[in-house]
Ligand binder design. Structure first.
Ligand code: DQA
Length: 147
């Protein structure tokens, strides 16, 4: 069975409480359950990880090989400045899709830049939680095409 690692970065454990006008009312638990069920329907097993700590996310990325065939990551605010997470993704050879719940381009200027994007297969932005499902489908297609 194909295994995908789902990583949510800082403050995403606050989903449901955090700025509901931007991120909605659903919790991280609900998000993880939804993606897990969606992926299962496509024969994919998801492992979910959330951390508010840059180093823990980096360790998780390093340890993802060889267990996982793909990674879905929402790096939260680390997206905009963490060269360390970018380098960690570049240091492994697992295709990685970057997801953002909100449309970062319609928000503050500092959110417009992603230092992660150049090392990701692609980005899915502004489509809410559904973006995570799309990221799973994108990885499925990408990995299938690479075989
Ligand atoms: C976010 C967008 C980031 O700018 C922000 O810091 C987050 C969440 C999103 O999913 O829309 O924490 O990654």
């Amino acid at each position: 069975m194909l295994r995908i690692l789902l990583i949510n970065g800082p403050n995403l454990n606050r989903l449901g409480k955090r700025e509901p006008e931007v991120y909605g009312n659903a919790t991280l638990d609900m998000l993880e359950q939804d993606v897990t069920a969606f992926a299962k329907g496509h024969g994919i097993e998801i492992s979910c990880f959330q951390s508010n700590h840059e180093g823990d996310i980096i360790d998780m990325l390093h340890d993802a090989e060889p267990t996982f065939s793909g990674i879905v990551i929402n790096p939260g605010a680390f997206t905009h400045y963490s060269y360390a997470i970018r380098d960690a993704i570049a240091s492994i050879s697992i295709p990685t899709v970057e997801v953002h719940i909100s449309n970062v381009h319609a928000r503050e200027e500092f959110r417009h830049l992603s230092v992660i994007a150049p090392v990701a297969v692609g980005q899915i932005i502004g489509l809410g939680f559904y973006g995570y499902n799309l990221a799973v489908l994108a990885l499925l297609d990408y990995i299938g095409g690479r075989k």
